[in-house]
Design a protein around this ligand. Structure first.
Ligand code: ADP
Length: 443
């Protein structure tokens, strides 16, 4: 029983004391009658009448105010209860809204099946993943009318029969796209309810990552196997030649040394790539001057350019080009772009390094007049292990990872990298790095 009922009862009980009011008035009449009949003194009659009237009036008044008080309490409690119910209803409505919008926005498909395979609920993701039109109304209709996969039907039957959670994989042809799906069918509620919950997950991304991992392992094995095989071959030759032909042995020793350096470079590059792909969490962002970074890079690469009689010049901009970057990452970007330009530019060539204001970015540009890159290769040179010259023993010493590191680092810093080139005429690489919000000053 609620408070309001309780109160109504109490109010009714409290109405009963109004009886003395009636009794009071009746007494007045009776006593007055007695006095009239027996002719008592009129003073005494007046006194008695007045007393009784006062008592009756007081009684009437106090009963009325009690009633009013009770009514007010009752109304107040009713209003409180109403407010409480409204709040409860609002909470319930909000929870339902949240659950519905979560279900609608979910990337995984959710389907609830009731008795006789009837669809109780299906979210948009489930329709999309199963290749069904979004407008298709499936509620209260048999699931099998729209979706017919024997494996799924078997799994649903098994789940209906209480054989536990059923897991299966399907590959769905949706127009041009082949979509790998992972499904799970769960029975829930009492067996008599026969409700099923089907969850559908798109496995395209994880299949892609798996394929990438497999490709990476294949690439890396190939890259490591080649220098290792060369080292093994040279070492066997050295062993044979060491007594009879020390000069040949010395030559092969140098080859072994060269291959060891290549292995070292490969491992260093792979570690740098892993760092570049790890995201901003691995970088220490601060305001960095591109000019200073380029000077630092030129210090180590100028002598290599000189050894090939290449003119390597840097034209710093008037304004100091301050970017928001990790100093080490910026140096890696500069080193890779400039060393590539030196590597792929023949003797007596020209390389110019510059920095251009690109509104929100500073564009670090390295331009050479070297061998250039064909349009087909331009599309692939940023891929890991992609080399235009596929010969493993190519004298350029490239690992095919440098530009992949550059691309990943620039992207992690929030920038873009592009290339323009014509075969035989040279190449121009531009890495655009976001400017520092502080402008020209280093914070
Ligand atoms: P690598 O270690 O082989 O240089 P990169 O990832 O740095 O690997 O470069 C990939 C490929 O792009 C190279 O094999 C090379 O053929 C080409 N490339 C890069 N920079 C230049 C350039 N400045 N001029 C011509 N080709 C270039």
């Amino acid at each position: 029983m609620n408070i309001a009922d309780d109160l109504k009862k109490t109010t009714r009980l409290n109405e009963e004391p109004s009886l003395p009011t009636i009794v009071g008035f009746a007494s007045i009449l009776i006593v007055s009658g007695i006095f009239v009949v027996f002719d008592f003194s009129s003073k005494l009659l007046f006194l008695v009448n007045a007393t009784i009237s006062l008592i009756a009036l007081f009684q009437t008044h106090s009963s009325a105010s009690r009633k009013r008080q009770r009514l007010e309490d009752f109304q107040r409690i009713q209003a409180e209860e109403l407010r409480e119910w409204q709040a409860r209803w609002q909470r319930l409505y909000q929870e339902t809204q949240d659950a519905t919008s979560a279900l609608v926005r979910m990337r995984d498909g959710v389907i609830m099946i009731g008795q006789d395979y009837q669809v109780l609920l299906i979210n948009p993701a489930a329709k999309r993943l199963l290749g069904l039109p979004e407008s298709l109304d499936m509620t209260k209709r048999p699931f099998r009318d729209s979706v017919r996969y024997p494996e799924l039907s078997r799994a649903m039957n098994a789940a209906y029969q209480g054989k536990g959670t059923q897991k299966l994989k399907l590959e769905i042809q949706d127009g041009e796209i082949k979509r790998p799906l992972k499904l799970r069918v769960d029975h829930f509620g009492a067996i008599s309810d026969n409700h099923l919950l089907i969850t559908v997950r798109d496995e395209t991304e994880s299949h892609r990552v798996d394929a990438m991992r497999r490709e990476f392992i294949a690439n890396i094995s190939h890259e490591l196997k080649t220098p290792l095989a060369a080292i093994k071959g040279y070492a066997e030759t050295v062993e044979l030649a060491i007594n009879d032909d020390p000069d040949a042995a010395c030559h092969f020793m140098k080859q072994i040394h060269g291959q060891c350096l290549r292995l070292e470079r490969l491992i260093a590059d792979m570690m740098q790539l892993a760092r570049a792909q790890a995201g901003t969490g691995n970088l220490n962002l601060s305001d960095v001057s591109i000019t200073e970074t380029i000077h630092e890079s030129l210090k180590s690469l100028q002598h290599v350019a000189e050894s090939k009689n290449i003119s390597l010049v840097f034209n710093p901009p008037k304004e100091p080009p301050i970017v928001r970057a990790d100093p080490e990452a910026l140096l890696t970007i500069c080193n890779n772009l400039i060393s590539n330009a030196v590597r792929y530019t023949p003797e007596h060539g020209n390389i110019s390094v510059s920095c251009k204001d690109e509104t929100e970015y500073w564009g670090l540009t390295v331009e050479d007049n070297g061998v250039g890159i064909s349009e087909t290769d331009q599309k692939r040179i940023f891929e890991r292990f992609y080399r235009v010259d596929k010969r493993a023993d190519s004298s350029d010493g490239g690992t095919g990872i440098g530009l992949s590191i550059v691309k990943n680092l620039v992207m992690t810093l929030g920038g873009v990298v592009r290339v323009t080139s014509r075969i035989g005429e040279g190449a121009k690489f531009q890495a655009c790095i976001p400017k520092s919000p502080q402008g020209h000053k280093i914070a």
